[in-house]
Every structure is written in structure tokens, then in C-alpha cells.
Design a protein. Sequence first.
Length: 340
Amino acid sequence: MKALFIGGTGTISTAIVKKLAAEPDWEVWLLNRGNRKDVVPENVHQIVCDISDEEAAAKALEGMEFDVVNEFIGFTVDQVERDYRLFKGKTKQYIYISSASAYNKPAAHYIITEGTSLSNPYWEYSRNKIACEEFLMKKYREEGFPVTIVRPSHTYDERNVPLGVHGQKGFFQVIKRMMEGKPVIIQGDGTSLWTVTFNKDFAIGYTGLMGNRHAIGEAFQITGDETLTWNQIYQTIADALGVELNAYHVSAEFLSAVGDKYGFDLEGSLIGDKSVSVVFDNSKLKRVVPDMRTTVRFDQGVRIALDYVLSHPECMVEDPEFDKWCDKVIDALEKAKTMI
């Protein structure tokens, strides 16, 4: 079978591409700008092209057809409209990566299924994903366009450590604060429930949907089965580092308000996502993909990630601006305690 990945070198898609590249039944193609060739397996074909240049993409894809087209970098309706024009009649399945953040906020119930309504007034990213889903499903209902919707939640790999609150340069400054014994901000009281999924586990569920006739016209969420509180997530990271966790809890609303002043958009990522307790019911996925399971617990995955990050200097990106912001937030709240 022949698969095309639009993107194919990100946190989620890299694991899927590597899994398929090791299987004899798949011929794997990537269409991207060629910026991360180092993570592409040798037997994977690569079309170097910016798909936002539709004319160039159409020319590069001329005469090609695929069993599955996998869209990992479609964030707005105009982008999936472009894909529809490029791949209508040229693929047996089009899998679109949406987001579990599209589910209703605030949550009406903590157990999330594919039938949970989609609505997120706090995050434009999520609303755009919802609009993309609506466009694609309309094309499926009216024209039979063979779409499958996939909604990941918080997925990570060996290059990333999952966190709730971090700056624009990523997670590492929080890890550095932990190692230095400095207080680390956790949203809320840290007891809300969250699910993190290692990308190799995500790849099990995703590849099981590829070429699967029962997936056409359907939406699936793909997450691991392990649910943790944010306190447990941060404590697990600290344990893996061999340091004592100095947790400092701050309301998500306060973080959102003061983050805006420093250019940190925390309303969407916190109030519209990570501060909301969710437990994913993956029964639908497991009926269609019986092999889906969690093989990497978080305590195992975070050690894999930290071992990699701490041995690769390019992953240790410091963020002094975020570090100062954390200190200012904590100092302001400590001073407020003395004023009452």
C-alpha cells in the first residue's frame, strides 16, 4: 500500500513513518520542505515541496495516487480546502489530524468520547480544527470524500517533556528550574486529570486506522490509557531527575491574565485545554484497532525523554524571559499574602 504524509517529521508523525517504514506492505512518501531529513528512514521517499504553494504541489504530485494521504500540518479551513482539491479522486483515504482540545470547554463530563460535542470558546486553534472537521465531513456526506478524523491529546516523544505551563521556547526552562531547586508553577491545585501519550503508542492506533474501511467517515481519539493528575506528572518528572519538586500552584485564570502582559497565550492552552479534567474512553478505537494499547507508561516515557534531552544540547533551549516571568508571578503572589 502507498501512503503520503504531508509533514511527516513532527512529534507524532515521525513515529508513524518509522513504524510503517519497517513494514514490508507499505510504500511511504513524505511531502514537506525537507528541513528534517535526519529523522527520515532511508527507504522513505521524499517530495521536497511547500504544500502551501498549491500549484507547485500539484505539479510535484502529478500522476500520483495513494491509498492513504495523512495530513499533519492542516490548521485552517483554507488548508484542508486545498488538500481536497489536490487529492479528490487520488486517494482511497484522507486522514486529518484534528485535536482533542476541540472537545467542549468547559467539559460537561470528564469522560470524553468521540460523541462529546465540539466547542472551545477559549482557543482559536481548537475552533479552527473544528471548522476543518466540519468542512471535511460535509465533503464526505455530500460527495463521499474518504475522510477519517483523528483527535490526539497531549502526545510527546524523546525530544519533549510534557508540561502544563511553559514559555514560548518550550519545556526546558521548567526542567532547569527543577534541577536548580526553584519553584515550578503548576496550574490550579494540580489535581485535575490529564492524559499523556508516548508517540510510539499513538502510532499503534493510527496505523491501525490506515487502509481500514471501518475508519472512513468516522472520528477517533487516540490516547494512552494512563490518567494522571498534574501533580503526579510533575512529581514523576522530578523523580526521574532525582530532585525534590518545589511546586507552586497558581490558578489558570491568573496565569492567563498575567501571561497576556508578557506575550504568553495561556488562555487557550490552559483554560481551553490543560486545566480541564479529562479521561478518554477509547472503546471506539479499540473496536476498530484491537492492537491499540499503552506500552510506554509515563514514568518510563519521561525517563526516555530526559535521557535524550540532557544528552543533546540542541534540546536544552533556555528561556530567560519565561524564567523571570515565573519569578515575578511567584513574588507577586507571595507579597499579596502579606497584604491581607
